[in-house]
Design a protein around this ligand. Structure first.
Ligand SMILES: [Zn+2]
Ligand SMILES: [Zn+2]
Length: 340
């Protein structure tokens, strides 16, 4: 079968590899569609470590074409979407209801082969049937939406609170759509890019800020919130500069959600006095524990519309074009989907 294999930093090669065989508790999936995620680009650039050589791709959907001997709940022909963060269920983290920290996390497309391939094997435990009426392209967003659900669980937004989202890329747009009906009284989206802000406005942002500098964003957020700042800041960029910016946007007693994927080992600065005197809460959000079913429900409900976020549809052999677009971010580019 054909697959896109990451062989090392910036070495992504489309080539023939043996078709995998499912183990007793696994299914073989014929991949229909797999999204290129910001995380894929970070793996490609070496900002985050992959288990090379590995087939990248963790946002995929497909059809079951073979089942292992012990598989009970899935059958050939089922349309499915696997949770790429497969936990073992047996380590201390899993047994204390925190599977996102699993010692043996499988992480498809990072630590084990993923979905930029004609076929992929996945454990039955983490593979979900796609509800009737949900199309492949929308279902391929289950993983990013499930991560957003986990982040919003942690944010625990109360009706009337004010929210600032830093970043209007794919995750900023998903957060905006999901928060539109959350009861937040203000939903401020901050980006350097005007067209992304226009899209965020259509998605439900009450205010948008085009910011070239921290001081600009801070000034505008303070102006919009009677000088106090927002209750919740969601950092959805993954740069140390925007993490640093978060601290100046939160109001006293506010929460800062670090969601964007900062490069491993990179340091950010903050002023401890501000954290203690403003009683800020700093929260992290890591992957998607127990949120896949709710993500599928959100997608099936039609309450969020992801079609306008798909800007590129590619064959597997042209996958590198998608990575280039991710890196260069031309105007109008939001998300690329690969159809193996
Ligand atoms: Zn992803
Ligand atoms: Zn575990």
């Amino acid at each position: 079968m054909k697959a896109a294999v990451l062989e090392g930093i910036e070495k992504l090669v489309v080539k023939d590899v043996p078709q995998p065989k499912p183990k007793d508790n696994e299914v073989l999936i014929k991949v229909n569609c797999c999204g290129i995620c910001g995380t894929d680009l970070k793996l490609y650039k070496g900002d985050y470590t992959a288990n090379c050589p590995v087939i990248l791709g963790h946002e995929f959907v497909g059809e079951v074409v073979e089942v292992g001997r012990e598989v009970k709940n899935l059958k050939v022909g089922d349309k499915v979407v696997p949770d790429p963060n497969e936990s073992c269920g047996a380590c201390d983290w899993c047994r204390s209801a925190q599977p996102c920290f699993c010692n043996n996390l499988a992480a498809y497309g990072v630590l084990r082969d993923g979905g930029f391939a004609e076929y992929a094997v996945c454990g039955e435990k983490g593979t979900y049937k796609i509800p009737q009426g949900l199309d492949d392209e929308t279902a391929s967003f289950t993983e990013p939406v499930s991560c957003a659900v986990h982040c919003l669980d942690k944010a625990a937004i109360k009706p009337g609170e004010t929210v600032a989202i830093i970043g209007a890329g794919i995750m900023g747009q998903i957060f905006t759509q999901m928060l539109k009906n959350s009861g937040a009284s203000r939903l401020i989206v901050i980006s350097r890019s005007q067209w992304k802000l226009d899209l965020a406005k259509k998605s439900g942002a009450t205010d948008t800020i085009k910011s070239q500098s921290f001081s600009q964003a801070k000034e505008d957020v303070l102006r919009l919130t009677n000088g106090s700042g927002v209750d919740i800041v969601i950092e959805a960029v993954g740069k140390t500069e925007t993490v640093e910016e978060s601290f100046s946007l939160a109001k006293k007693g506010g929460r800062i959600l670090i969601f964007g994927f900062c490069p491993e080992g990179k340091e950010a600065k903050f002023i401890p006095f501000d954290v203690l005197s403003k009683e800020l809460t700093i929260l992290g959000s890591w992957v998607n524990p127990y949120t896949f079913p709710r993500a599928l429900q959100i997608l099936t409900s039609g309450k969020i519309n992801l079609k306008p976020l798909i800007s590129m549809r590619l064959k597997l052999e042209n996958i590198i074009d998608g990575f280039k677009a991710m890196a260069e971010k031309p105007a109008g580019f939001m998300k690329a989907l690969v159809f193996p």
